[in-house]
Design a protein around this ligand. Structure first.
Ligand code: SF4
Ligand SMILES: [Zn+2]
Ligand SMILES: [Zn+2]
Length: 301
């Protein structure tokens, strides 16, 4: 028995819809998410953080199609052929849709690639994973350049699966502060030092985003990053995928629970925003994570 689209008689492509109806549904869903969470307006200058993956490319394409004032910004962590190919794809997409692209590179900013930073850190006995270092440095650079480029907000490609994983991780670690900073609009602390971060795919599942990206034939890399092997997050992804198979809607329910509880809690005005003692960037402690990493790398030199 072949499944039929709930809107017409064609074969189902994804989410009980045929290819055409799915495309329409997905784009309308993103539009609804933008409205529902009041992510940005037509007056805003929006930076879209692109990685060359399916999620951020879908965000870039849809926001451009909806007529928002967007510019793309990418951070190259210099992970061999992986980021080289991603960068080529990003350039291709931006050229095709006439979107201004800002390229930032670990090598230009820090004088070394992610792999180099990681290997030096490991030599010195630091237990940082590639993803930890990459995430911290990437966020720092995006915030710094978003401010420089005068973006009103920074849109990222985080989807429902990413957000459900993050929330469960924070629950398992009993980390209320981090959990309160999650959500469709993050950088929960109201401070001019942080550029507002928004997630137009907040309620779109990984499955739907992959289906949309493949349908649109975006030139993107579907292979995982070679540095992601052994990442802590992978365990959470596998656990939730297993659950979702048995109990559909688990991820959606996790997010709905988060939105009805933690997200509604009083904003974190009580959390002090310090300036890093070394670089002046905002941070929760006295020294920001970026400086902590780079200082640690230079320690014994
Ligand atoms: S998987 Fe980890 S190392 Fe690779 S790009 Fe993402 S955060 Fe960086
Ligand atoms: Zn249909
Ligand atoms: Zn710092």
């Amino acid at each position: 028995m072949t499944n039929k689209c709930i809107k017409c008689n064609k074969a189902v492509y994804c989410s009980n819809l045929c290819r055409e109806h799915f495309k329409d549904y997905f784009e309308k869903k993103v539009k609804r998410i933008i409205k529902k969470f009041d992510l940005f307006s037509r007056k805003d200058k929006i930076g879209v953080a692109v990685s060359g993956g399916k999620d951020s490319t879908s965000v870039l394409y849809i926001l451009n199609k909806l007529g928002y004032a967007i510019e793309a910004v990418t951070v190259d962590a210099v992970i061999g052929n992986y980021t080289k190919k991603n960068l080529e794809n990003i350039r291709k997409v931006c050229k095709k849709y006439k979107i201004k692209l800002h390229e930032i590179s670990f090598r230009k900013e820090f004088g070394m690639s992610l792999c180099f930073i990681k290997s030096v850190a490991h030599e010195k006995g630091l237990k940082y994973s590639s993803c930890f270092i990459c995430g911290i440095l990437r966020r720092y650079l995006l915030n710094k350049h978003a401010k420089k480029l005068k973006f009103d907000c920074l849109a990222t490609g985080h989807n429902l699966d990413d957000e459900a994983q993050s929330f469960i991780m924070n629950v398992f670690r009993n980390d209320l502060i981090l959990a309160r900073r999650q959500g469709p609009v993050s950088g929960y602390i109201v401070s001019k030092a942080f550029v507002k971060r928004v997630k137009p795919l907040y309620l779109c599942s990984e499955k739907e985003t992959t289906a949309y990206s493949k349908l649109m034939k975006f030139p993107v890399n579907y292979n995982p990053c070679p540095c992601c092997v052994g990442a802590y997050r992978r365990e959470y992804r596998e656990m939730l995928d297993k659950f979702e198979k048995k109990h559909p809607s688990v991820k959606y329910n996790i997010i709905q629970f988060f939105l009805r509880t933690i997200y509604k809690m009083k904003k974190v005005e009580d959390i002090k925003v310090n300036a890093c003692a070394y670089c002046g960037e905002p941070c929760a402690k006295d020294v920001c994570k970026r400086c902590e990493i780079l200082i640690a790398l230079k320690k014994d030199k």
